[in-house]
Design a protein around this ligand. Structure first.
Ligand code: EPZ
Length: 420
């Protein structure tokens, strides 16, 4: 199995181009199922493993997907099945996002239940309840969600999410674009990726207002068309490299990104001693003092501190001066990086959904492994500052969500390589 070897201790200096956002791209690809027109994307993170998995699923349904450099086009003009099978869905939970679009356009869809995953049970009840509010008849049979729309198609409705969910908001929003009448989503998620999806849907002819607020209103239309759309920059990749630069103490320019999508993260990083300066669509990251300072964080839905940055922030706290408390409120099992960081010499104690991280003078390289994307990248960050060699196993987790990670970091001076 491929591994990444890092010899810690090098400062990062230079430029890192930021890719398009994985968590927007995957949903935008699903949105193509709503129309027989073609969606053309630019700034698409085509090299990601999750994008390949989503491509495989869409091709199975009959879509034609082309990917070239950072452009992608998806056409769902000739869909030949409305069933998303287990072997494709289990690879990636986001596959559930084909349910709303298929149901809205074709009146029926059968999608495998995604099952458990490394960061918790992650149920899909809110996705299903939302579609039922739009009139869908949903049965769970042999591990599949079998959904049917009423004879005249989905009906607009009022959906109140009991808890903020990115995926359920997106599934409901896409389904509602083709429903009869008006749909109101209350307690909707406000993540920038949802706004990006909504903006693309509007270009496709959808009538949506309230994007980025907790109340999204969608007036159904008869059909949608193809569109051109530039995918927004990946805020989690941006935040990850901001921490990498701050931990190693160099000066790094992150190219083509959006500082305004990272306010909560940058606020905490500035308290820790990482300085960030906006230069047009770039941001320049540097560290203020010799050592970073411990800061407390608590994960929350956007605009709060993102759960997808929690592991990386914890890696930073392991070498900061003083202590920081990390509280995870979104997923119940998102501390898998803790035992691995401890193996590198970190001082972390977990109590329930909080972890106290007491900064140590330095980490020591070790052989480590993680079972999800953000936990894996946290180990890479730790490896960049650890003494000696860190070997990160299960590289495929990183490749799900970080394009050209080794190349981007080594171009800035990291001693990092991928081993076969
Ligand atoms: C999205 O997952 C992201 N994935 C995750 O990114 C991210 O961590 C998460 O949002 C939170 O920001 C993609 O966009 C592809 P949720 P999603 O529905 O939509 C519970 C990464 O590393 N819930 O907002 O699946 C759920 O268990 C990842 O890139 C229900 O109870 O997350 C969680 O506790 C991993 N019932 C909470 O809601 C449901 O029907 C929020 O989950 C749905 C969710």
């Amino acid at each position: 199995m491929d591994r990444i070897r890092i010899i810690g201790g090098n400062q990062l200096n230079g430029e890192i181009p930021i890719s398009g956002a994985k968590n927007a791209a995957l949903k935008l690809m699903s949105a193509a199922l709503l129309t027989d027109g073609t969606l053309n994307f630019t700034n698409s993170p085509n090299e990601l493993r999750d994008i390949s998995s989503q491509t495989e699923l869409l091709e199975h349904l009959g879509c034609v997907v082309t990917r070239e450099e950072n452009r992608m086009s998806v056409s769902a003009a000739n869909i030949h099945t409305r069933t998303a099978p287990y072997e494709l869905v289990r690879k990636m939970r986001t596959s559930i996002l084909v349910l709303g679009p298929l149901l809205a356009r074709f009146g029926e869809a059968k999608v495998s239940l995604p099952g458990g995953c490394a960061i918790g049970t992650r149920p899909v009840d809110m996705h299903l309840n939302a579609l039922e509010e739009l009139g869908a008849d949903i049965k769970l049979e042999q591990g599949y969600i079998d959904a049917k729309a009423p004879a005249g198609g989905l009906q607009g409705g009022k959906i109140l999410f009991p808890k903020v969910s990115v995926g359920a908001t997106e599934n409901a929003m896409m389904a509602a674009t083709l429903a009869n009448g008006t749909t109101v989503l209350a307690n909707a998620a406000k993540e920038p990726e949802i706004v990006d999806l909504g903006e693309c849907l509007i270009k496709m002819g959808a009538k949506i207002s309230g994007l980025g607020t907790e109340k999204i209103t969608i007036e159904g239309v008869k059909s949608l068309n193809g569109a051109e759309h530039e995918i927004l920059p990946d805020r989690i990749e941006t935040g990850t490299y901001t921490i990498a630069a701050g931990m190693t103490g160099g000066t790094v320019t992150l190219k083509n990104t959006r500082i305004d999508h990272l306010s909560a993260v940058l606020g905490h990083l500035s308290q820790a001693g990482i300085e960030v300066e906006e230069q047009g669509t770039d941001i320049v990251v540097s560290r203020e003092g010799e050592r970073l300072q411990g800061v407390d964080i608590m994960t929350e839905p956007y605009p709060g501190f993102p759960t997808d940055m929690q592991a990386q922030f914890m890696a930073m706290l392991t070498v900061a001066e003083g202590a920081g408390m990390v509280t995870e409120t979104i997923f119940e099992n998102r501390f898998m990086h803790v035992p691995e960081l401890v193996r590198m010499g970190a001082d972390i104690s977990v109590q329930g959904n909080s972890a106290i991280v007491r900064g140590v003078g330095g980490l020591k390289g070790a052989e480590v492994m993680a079972t999800d994307l953000r936990a894996s990248v946290a180990l890479v960050l730790a490896g960049l500052v650890a003494e000696g060699e860190t070997m990160v196993n299960r590289v495929y987790h990183l490749e799900r969500g970080y394009e050209r990670l080794v190349r981007k970091l080594s171009a800035c001076g990291a001693n990092i390589e991928r081993l076969k």
